[in-house]
Design a protein around this ligand. Structure first.
Ligand code: GDP
Ligand code: CA
Length: 319
């Protein structure tokens, strides 16, 4: 079975680790990763979501944090601070720096982001084929209004520096409108037997991937069933501030509102957590098959169970 999953960072990566556990040896997973969170820092190209997927599946992730490397040290950051060179708010450890150095060196030499990602995965052996959504530069910006007035800031500044404490007025994936899907992305979607939306951020992870021209249409047109898992449980994101970016696009932070926002033109099935059992009827009324199962990714076994439920629902809705 050929499984395609769209993925952001922590939510996507943790789900994929369970999915990898749930499938058989003949099954293969292609991951289309969000690159809208990418940022250039210290002259380096940083791809937080691709790296979170790569490190998590490759056994190099800092488990408790959910991002960055295990056993990290921070000498470079301290040295940069001595020079007065920031930003200080973005956590890049020494081991993580090596990844960004390799990536930036290869990009400067003329390799595409897809080629670089493949090269980095030679080391990490994630057990999936990891494709960036696009080789073109896309960077999500957030419009805010504060004491300095109304302006657009990079998503990372909004998320990491401001902790989404200011209301997001608009989310703009700058560059997405002219970006092309990376090689293999549309082909993988067309050839898929199942397409999954992990419990990733619907706006700035999955939404950004779908904003690359051609990807949304390819998912909608795919012969494979499309099944998503709710990142919202009991009216709140399990971790992070997804409610803030949902508000910016006028979507309530509930399991049913997220499903209905994707809509039956895009997804065929949706899993909500058992605490959101009451949402099942509303989702099904929207033409999307819905089941309530435990959706907390407490460990790999629980996450694999979620993946099995998603694959089972895909079989049920297969037309
Ligand atoms: P990011 O790029 O690191 O923000 O990660 P993603 O976009 O892939 O996923 C973020 C989303 O994961 C957040 O909106 C969370 O609500 C969701 N999430 C995190 N942990 C869990 C969990 O255990 N269960 C579910 N259902 N969602 C989760
Ligand atoms: Ca992200």
């Amino acid at each position: 079975m050929r499984i395609v999953a769209l993925a952001g960072g922590i939510g996507g990566a943790r789900f994929l680790r369970g999915l990898r556990e749930a499938i058989g040896p003949e099954d293969e997973i292609t991951v289309i990763g969000n690159t809208g969170d990418d940022i250039h820092l210290f002259g380096l190209k940083v791809c937080p979501d691709l790296d979170t997927v790569m490190y998590t599946l490759g056994g190099g992730i800092h488990e408790e944090q959910g991002w960055g490397r295990t056993d990290e040290t921070w000498s470079i950051k301290a040295e940069m601070k001595e020079y007065g060179v920031g930003p200080e708010w973005f956590g890049l450890g020494d081991r993580d720096f090596a990844t960004h150095l390799v990536r930036s060196q290869m990009l400067t030499a003329g390799y595409t982001l897809s080629q670089v990602t493949e090269a980095l995965c030679v080391r990490w052996k994630p057990g999936v084929r990891l494709l960036p959504m696009s080789d073109d530069r896309v960077e999500t910006h957030v419009r805010i209004t504060d004491e300095r007035g109304t302006r657009a800031i990079h998503f990372q500044e909004y998320w990491v520096k401001l902790h989404a404490a200011v209301d997001a007025e608009a989310i703009v994936p700058v560059g997405a409108d002219t970006a092309k899907p990376a090689p293999g992305v549309l082909e993988a979607i067309a050839a898929a037997d199942v397409i999954l939306f992990p419990p990733s951020n619907p706006v700035v992870s999955i939404g950004t991937i779908l904003a690359v021209p051609g990807i949304r249409a390819a998912v909608a047109a795919a012969s494979a069933p499309v099944v998503g898992l709710s990142p919202i449980i009991g009216g709140a994101p399990v971790r992070g501030m997804a409610d803030k970016v949902l508000a910016a696009v006028g979507v309530e932070a509930t399991a049913e509102a997220v499903a209905l926002d994707y809509g039956s033109a895009l997804i065929d099935g949706w899993l909500v957590d058992t605490v959101d059992e009451a949402a099942v009827a509303a989702v099904e009324a929207g033409g999307i098959a819905c089941r309530a199962v435990p959706l907390l990714m407490t460990d790999v076994a629980a996450t694999a169970e979620m993946a099995r439920a998603a694959l089972a629902l895909a079989e049920q809705v297969r037309g």
